[in-house]
Write a protein that binds this ligand. Structure first.
Ligand SMILES: [Zn+2]
Length: 256
């Protein structure tokens, strides 16, 4: 009864063996996937997968910060039109990414805030991506703090202060993935000070595979490698943990 709240298995990395990847996910007990869009091209792939596995996948729509380029206004119009279809359970993934390139920072911020406003209008949760930009992202969200903001900071890797700053901004969860299993990560220490009802699971596949598959292509079935770490952090058995994580996910994204 696990839910992978963030996977890009609609992407070309899985074109050769997507059917097997989904079978392995189901065998591992992963019984639902949330697919976040990154740009216009990703949406046709996502929709195709949704039509093949209608009950197994839910979709989110958004323009990823790394895809904010010169044509971003046209891309945003596409996101806005897609949102009108009512086919989406969340707005994402959206955010600010200053790791590779700051050229479009201003456009990234404009795109982020527009999409946040659309989410508020439709009462949808946000799937937020930040990289070298958590504090800037929180600054941008500050004016919306009292507008029932909700969502997930996906692929969270910060410290306790970061987590607390996120929670002050609204009903936010932390998306926990493969980084938790990395030897050099301090995430395990951080989570000891984060209540279990504030976290949800994700792979971000094909990226960030957990140990023992670190460096390989990630896939939803590999979520199970997070469980021993979380059982240890929260001192609970697997069944209790999985129930709680499922409930956290439903509280945020609804029952789909
Ligand atoms: Zn992603």
């Amino acid at each position: 009864m696990l839910i992978d709240t963030h996977t890009h298995i609609y992407g070309p990395e899985f074109d050769e063996d997507r059917v097997e990847v989904i079978l392995r996910a189901k065998e591992a007990g992963v019984n639902h996937l949330i697919l976040p869009a990154v740009n216009e091209e990703s949406v046709s792939r996502m929709r195709q997968m949704k039509s093949l596995y209608p009950d197994y996948c839910s979709m989110a729509i958004g323009l990823h910060p790394e895809d904010v380029r010169t044509n971003y206004l046209q891309q945003l119009q596409f996101v806005k039109d897609e949102l009108q279809t009512g086919d989406y359970i969340a707005v994402g993934e959206i955010g600010i990414d200053l790791y590779w390139d700051k050229t479009f920072q201003q456009e990234q911020e404009e795109a982020f805030l527009l999409q946040v406003q659309w989410a508020i209008e439709q009462d949808l949760p946000l799937i937020i991506h930040t990289r070298d930009s958590l504090h800037r992202t929180l600054q941008l969200l500050e004016p919306y703090k009292h507008k029932n903001l909700k969502g997930v900071f996906h692929c969270f890797g910060g410290n306790v202060e970061d987590a607390e700053a996120i929670f002050r901004m609204g009903d936010f969860k932390l998306g926990i993935g493969g980084v938790l299993t990395f030897k050099n990560s301090s995430l395990e220490q951080t989570l000891k000070n984060v209540p279990v009802d504030k976290i949800i699971l994700e792979t971000d596949s094909p990226y960030l595979a957990p140990v023992p598959k670190r460096g390989k292509r990630n896939e939803p079935a590999l979520l199970i490698h997070l469980l021993p770490h979380l059982m240890d952090i929260y001192q609970c058995d697997e069944e209790t943990l999985c129930k709680t994580l499922k409930q956290n996910t439903i509280n945020l994204f609804g029952e789909n």
